[in-house]
Design a protein. Structure first.
Length: 439
């Protein structure tokens, strides 16, 4: 694999210092590697470039196993590898769908790199769906999270099932208190790019907003109105609070997606697609959205509930100001709440304007198309269908994501009603399909 050609395909002129150091350490030594680097600094590419380079493309067996704490990071990381178009095959494994479906994919694709959550990877290893004997490298992304007590037993079983393991690469934006002995780090090389960094980048401005009453929803609504159509994530600590807050904001006229671990996989996917493609301006979420999501251009991070610790704060704020952009973070404080002691940097009071505009309308709407890759449908097919049958212009079509059996597409919101009328009963590549709004 030619790394320079991959970077050219990705339109990346130069790797940053952390990525260069990671590539040099993984390719130039046989050491285990621990990489600490701020959120948004490109850690996924930092390990995928050298790992893919080391893969023997002539062998149809898993050689690199990448462990992640959640399904969104598994999917996102697999998509990064696919975007590299380097000839290395991959698959992702996680809960929320049947293991049998993944088994069929593993047999069909014969991946050399597999991304997955600890429990699901153990399941496939135990059943023989993934052969452990070819795995030479174990990557643990967000290792501080993966090695918490909740994952401890699963991770220990996973490592014991890899008899041919030769190297380990661990990455995170926050260090772990200790790395368990069962990981078997030997002559580990630490690449610490947090040492000279601020707690959060200086590109992030910190504000506090005071609510006169304990129920802060009205103040949150006013704050979000002041943002206009800027992209914002509101963090809460509990699933039921996410549901309550999202429903309140919807009733106030905001375009909202919500996200937490109790939702069905397809619901979670749809919520993230709507937020990332501009169909909703606001994502209301638990800390599940604080890791593993690479959504560009998030302008504001709002802490409706205070972070449970410094690490949680760092990961929340890491969703904004990515790749040298600027961002803002807001603490909505009730009468008995104070800024956490661990917050570093200047905190400014945010003065809400006396007169506020109504909630901003999103630019885009998301539609569901009931055909996908397994039906031989490509992104180009969908663009052609939306233009020829739906009457759209190319600049009225946004992000398109094609899954195995269905696809999502973002279109200009003002064209939604006309489009749905135009495509009713029409065929895509000669086959009738369902086209409907994703709410």
């Amino acid at each position: 694999m030619d790394i320079d050609k991959v970077l050219e395909k990705l339109r990346i002129k130069e790797l940053n210092n952390m990525q260069q150091a990671a590539c040099k350490a993984i390719l130039g030594t046989n050491d285990d590697i621990v990489i600490l680097s701020p959120t948004g600094s490109g850690k996924t590419l930092a390990y995928l470039l050298p790992s893919a380079h080391l893969v023997d493309e002539t062998k149809c067996q898993v050689q690199v196993l990448v462990v992640v704490p959640g399904r969104e990071l598994a999917l996102q990381s697999s998509n990064v590898l696919k975007s590299m178009a380097c000839g290395v095959r991959s698959a992702s494994c996680y809960g929320g769908r049947t293991a049998m479906e993944e088994h069929r994919t593993l047999k069909q694709v014969m991946p050399q790199v597999v991304f997955g959550t600890p429990g699901r990877l153990n399941d496939h290893l135990q059943k023989g769906n993934i052969s452990p004997y070819g795995v030479r490298m174990l990557v643990i992304d967000e290792f501080d999270k993966c090695l918490e007590m909740g994952f401890h037993d699963e991770m220990a079983r996973l490592v014991r099932r890899l008899p041919g393991l030769q190297r380990r690469v661990l990455l995170s934006a926050t260090d772990a208190a200790a790395i368990p002995d069962f990981i078997n780090l030997e002559s580990a090389r630490r690449l610490d790019f947090l040492s000279d960094e601020e707690q959060v980048p200086s590109r992030v401005t910190i504000y506090e907003v005071r609510s006169a009453i304990n129920d802060k929803l009205e103040e949150l609504s006013r704050l979000l109105q002041s943002f206009g159509n800027k992209s914002s994530i509101v963090f809460l600590n509990y699933r039921d609070a996410v549901e309550r807050t999202a429903n309140y904001l919807l009733s106030e006229g905001f375009a909202v997606s919500h996200f937490h671990g109790g939702m069905e996989q397809k619901q979670r996917e749809a919520s993230l697609y709507r937020f990332s493609n501009g169909s909703s301006n606001i994502l209301v979420s638990t800390d599940l959205a604080s890791r593993g999501l690479d959504i560009p251009d998030v302008d504001n991070i709002v802490h409706y509930h205070l972070p449970l610790g410094e690490d949680g704060y760092i990961h929340r704020v890491g969703r904004t100001a990515r790749w040298q952009a600027t961002g803002r973070t807001f603490f909505v404080l009730g009468p008995n709440e104070q800024m956490p002691d661990f917050i570093e940097g200047d905190v400014e009071n945010y003065e809400l304007p006396a007169e506020l505009p109504p909630p901003a309308e999103p630019r885009m709407a998301t539609i569901y198309i009931g055909k996908g890759k397994k039906d031989k449908i490509s992104r180009g097919d969908i663009v052609g269908f939306l233009c020829k049958k739906g009457g759209l212009q190319p600049d009225e079509i946004g992000r398109i994501d094609v899954n195995d059996r269905y696809a999502y597409a973002a279109i200009a919101k003002g064209k939604l009603r006309e489009l749905l009328q135009n495509v009713r009963g029409e065929k895509i590549k000669g086959v009738k399909t369902v086209v409907e709004l994703v709410r």
